[in-house]
Design a protein around this ligand. Structure first.
Ligand SMILES: NC(=O)c1ccc[n+]([C@@H]2O[C@H](COP(=O)([O-])OP(=O)(O)OC[C@H]3O[C@@H](n4cnc5c(N)ncnc54)[C@H](O)[C@@H]3O)[C@@H](O)[C@H]2O)c1
Length: 458
């Protein structure tokens, strides 16, 4: 079986490599010639754990290749996946579908130029409900009926654990009205079928909406626990115990109940926005999702105030050591990262920011060139007035606290991910600020001080 993957970004590259691992012959296409050249040299353009080995072994096995030539890749492919970006359209929050439609038109032209095989065109990008029908129209303008089928196969992988997520997904969603498309996609996903992965077959529209509904629900869960954290701070309760106490209820589940600085990343903010816009176009109103977006945006902006409060009310003239810039660990993706809202606000308030991230600094430099980038975690701390933890990379979970204390000018740690225990920080002589937790050892002594909703060990 041969397939083509159009778009070789986080989703296209992982999906292409994983399908090739299933034994399928995959050609990954991208219009970015530099990216394709790097991939041909064995240089993976993104950071995703395990991806370099997966790509190298499948290239060596002759099952995975890279090209800018969409025509050649599509020729003879039984299925062509569209995995291009669907960013927020500037100004109105609708999904920008120009890359999807351009790819569909190129695929239509390529198929029209080659003799009569039947090809399944599958949208893997996250696209608003109704897009699959438009892709079908673009193909139908160039090809006779029977030459193509369309399907929606949204992707649920998470950056940082993308290979595991693709290889062992909770489910595979396939939306199509075509029996042929169902057969081809069923064959492609056969290794997962053998693992008893649930296959959810739906209409095109339903599959498109499942993806948005999933992301909006997860964003809602995060926002809910963040609001609970605010309440915990006000009443002296512990949000981590709340999360455990409710998460053990099977109807709720424990995942996505970690209080933090607000959600970011390349998917949740843009997908929630696009879902709200889709609903408006359909004359309905998704007030929960709208509220989630508003609450989350306000939260990210408020984080800078929290840092200032922890620094005695102002960061003017102070130096901050920041650990973690990406929107989550194990990725180099900076898209919509909370750090992009928090750090410029702190700089505007007069702070000097020294930062370190294990994988995100190359991308971060392009977006926040004015930060002082450091070579490791401890280098950021030398003479700083406070340490701010923004992303929970594993290597930040076991810092040498005595060294942290000796390096900082003021022993202030603001942990926006709750990766440390308040009592261990207290024992290390650090003034520790976290999210939604009371002070001191379990059982919690009352906070001696509350600043801008932050509980403080003093
Ligand atoms: N990143 C994630 O974690 C994730 C997870 C699930 C779903 N998605 C969805 O998958 C889609 C892709 O996301 P991504 O993060 O991989 O995007 P990305 O920006 O990393 O990659 C998109 C790639 O498509 C290429 N491209 C654009 N137009 C092209 C064309 N006409 N021909 C060939 N290549 C073209 C770009 O050069 C780029 O390399 C989006 O709709 C996104 O919402 C992303």
């Amino acid at each position: 079986m041969h397939i083509a993957m159009i778009g070789t970004g986080y989703v296209g590259l992982v999906s292409g490599a994983c399908f090739s691992e299933f034994g399928v012959s995959v050609t990954c296409v991208d219009k970015d010639a530099t990216k394709i050249e790097r991939l041909r040299q064995g240089d993976i353009p993104i950071f995703e754990p395990g991806l370099d080995h997966l790509v190298a072994s499948n290239v060596a096995a002759g099952r995975l290749s890279f090209t800018t030539d969409l025509n050649a890749a599509v020729k003879g492919a039984e299925a062509v996946f569209i995995a291009v970006g669907t960013p927020s359209r500037r100004g109105d929050g609708h999904a920008d579908l120009s890359y999807v439609f351009a790819a569909a038109a190129e695929i239509a032209g390529a198929l029209a130029g080659c003799a009569g095989e039947r090809t399944v065109v599958v949208t893997k990008s996250t696209v608003p409900v109704g897009t699959g029908r438009k892709v079908a129209r673009i193909l139908g303008n160039a090809l006779p009926p029977g030459r193509f089928d369309v399907a929606s196969n949204p992707e649920f992988l998470r950056e940082g654990s993308a290979i595991q997520d693709f290889m062992r997904p909770d489910r595979v969603v396939i939306g199509t009205e075509s029996e042929h498309a169902r057969t081809v996609l069923g064959a492609l996903y056969r290794p997962l079928y053998l693992l008893e992965t649930p296959m959810v077959f739906t209409s095109l529209e339903t599959a498109e909406l499942i993806k948005y509904a999933a992301n909006a629900f997860l964003a809602t869960k995060i926002t809910f626990i963040n609001e609970m954290a605010d309440l915990c701070e006000a009443v002296g309760a512990d949000v981590q115990d709340i999360a455990r106490g409710i998460g053990l209820d099977g109807r709720i589940g424990r995942k996505f109940l970690h209080a933090g600085p607000g959600f970011g990343g390349s998917c949740f903010p843009k997908d929630c926005q696009a879902l709200v816009r889709s609903a408006e176009l359909a004359d309905t109103h998704l007030s929960i999702v709208e509220t989630v977006l508003a609450v989350n945006d306000a939260r990210k902006r408020r984080m800078a105030d929290r840092v200032a409060a922890a620094c005695g009310g102002t960061v003017a003239g102070k130096t901050l050591a920041v650990l973690g810039l990406t929107f989550k660990p194990n990725t180099d993706d900076m898209r919509d990262s909370p750090s992009l809202a928090i750090l410029p606000a702190l700089q505007t308030a007069g702070a000097r920011v020294r930062a370190f991230d294990p994988e995100g600094m190359e991308e971060a430099r392009k977006l926040m060139p004015e930060l002082d980038y450091c070579g490791d975690a401890y280098e950021t701390m030398g003479g700083a007035d406070a340490l701010v933890l923004i992303t929970e990379w594993n290597e930040f979970r076991a810092l040498d606290l005595a060294r942290v204390k000796s390096l900082l000018r003021q022993p202030v740690v603001i942990d926006l991910r709750n990766i440390y225990q308040p009592d261990e920080m207290l024992a290390a002589g650090l003034t520790y600020h976290s999210i939604g937790r009371p002070i001191g050892p379990l059982g919690g002594e009352p906070a001696s001080e509350t600043t801008a909703g932050l509980r403080v060990i003093a």
